[in-house]
Design a protein around this ligand. Sequence first.
Ligand code: SAH
Length: 352
Amino acid sequence: MTPLAALLIERIREGGPITVADYMAECLLHPVHGYYTTRDPFGAAGDFTTAPEISQMYGELIGLALAQAWLDQGSPSPFTLAELGPGRGTLMADILRATRAVPGFHAAAEVVLVEASPVLRGRQQETISRGHDLGLRWIEAAGDLPDQALFLVANEFFDALPIHQYQFVKGGWHERLIGLRDGALAFGLAEVPTLPGTMAMYQREDGTIIEENRIGRFVIRQLQHRLHHHGGVALVIDYGGWRSHSDTLQALRAHAFDNPLAHPGEADLTAHVDFEALALQEDHHFTTQGAFLQRLGIEARADRLAQSLSGPALESHLAALRRLTHPEEMGSLFKVLALTRAADPQPPGFGP
Ligand code: SAH
């Protein structure tokens, strides 16, 4: 049993079952035993690998897309260049390297990183400080972002936010809870039904489970407030689809799926992102990661890099290109949502 499992069992014994959202929050961000607060989980030695860690092309293209959107909107100055949940800092480091030559972009940028984990903040500082003299600032939450034009990226951030789950049983929606069975953590349902949110209105089949990412919606509202008043673009990249359909809570440990209740604090916990729920208000653009990267010119960039590679390095470069774009790899499962003002030009990477 993990140390956090023991604490959670004690808490449930005293106070009763907890919501899936409470459970996720404790597992990921408990100050002493949380998954992100205690470790760097990325890469081959960690539990999972994300797109920025697969190839530098990913961050370069996103950097150029953000810079182009900034130019298209008349180069607002100063502006916030922000990332939500930067992990190891690789994506922002690649963004800054790729945009160094864009006239005025760095001079106008205030780099702001939203990160809850002290361990990862340290790691980001090391990765992102190199190669430029821009200052970096860390904040706790999107609500603290400066009140100015905002050019932002969030890669695999929203999937890590705590979700609530509800199941439709005998004519009512009941919140899914985590309680105890034979002394161990187990899923159950609240006895008293809850009032359905809008999403629950059109999925009333017995047994259906729906998920609500309330914190995600709150974060989006913070971004939209800045976009609405000052312009900019927010790119949300994650795996998921348009609308929540079922139980997608999953745990990853050492690159393999794990039972979400088996190793609290020692496995990554995520849920598919329901983009429809995040795309409310303002204007939005939506596409797959594969199509997005193709439109931004990943093939040409890959060819260019391939010229100086051979042997195993070339093979792994081509494998990375495939992994990022192919429909059987990340190309279709991962989606890109861009939020802008309706009056602003469509950001680069989206279709007609
Ligand atoms: N974007 C990175 C890391 C994704 S993992 C990449 O693609 O590689 C999720 C990141 O979000 C981690 O940095 C984690 O510490 C951070 N995070 C998770 N929940 C958070 C929260 N509620 N507030 C701020 N940061 C959070």
